[in-house]
Design a protein around this ligand. Sequence first.
Ligand code: GSH
Length: 222
Amino acid sequence: MIKLYELAGKNNVIFSPYCWRVRLALLHKELDFLSVKTAFTDIQKISDSKFKTVPVIHDGNVNMNDSFKIIEYLEANYPEKPSLFSSNEGRVLSIFIEAWANSLHSDIARMAIGDIHSHLQDQDKPYFRRTRESFFGKKLEDVQQENYDTAKESFLSKLSVLEKYLTKTEFIGGASPLYPDFIVFGSLQWLFTTSHTFEINELSSNCKNWFLKISQIYVIQG
Ligand SMILES: N[C@@H](CCC(=O)N[C@@H](CS)C(=O)NCC(=O)O)C(=O)O
């Protein structure tokens, strides 16, 4: 069975956007998998320190990280299972959507970096604080407090593009969800699983309904 190493905080909360992308892809492909809940500071123990980031999958002799590479591997090796791209056009769309969704991450980090820290396992807290405070040049709580409003405005402004798009189509991938949907879902799920402040009702209606539909199809079943 495929093993999925995914980042987990306190109470096994899964919050990493990239891990959510792969988790939904495995559920969509109806592939059985074993979730290995992993702390930041345990990533080095996977596959003899081969990887610096999760998600990682082990499938037989294959060990790999990087969400997009994992998706391409699953598509190539499980062609009889429901497709994540549907076509080469779907794969190319995913590349664009990945870049767009990743541009939400700097906003989400500024909206929730202190809250993310509070969700971590105790063993991860010093590592996370040290590396992220060195990146931002200030205390995590100050980053969040000083930037929350402007980051939220930027985040919602980027999502207004998706809001308009979703007037034309039920899912980003068309009539049913595809990997581009899971990419964006993973990014938003990162915010919703960690923020103490931002609520789903703050999303505009098409984005909110789209998010809830994906949750119902995959997350609740999963
Ligand atoms: N490009 C990678 C990015 C993965 C990534 O950055 N994962 C983060 C968790 S969200 C991580 O493992 N960080 C390790 C660390 O900060 O030490 C992917 O798509 O999988």
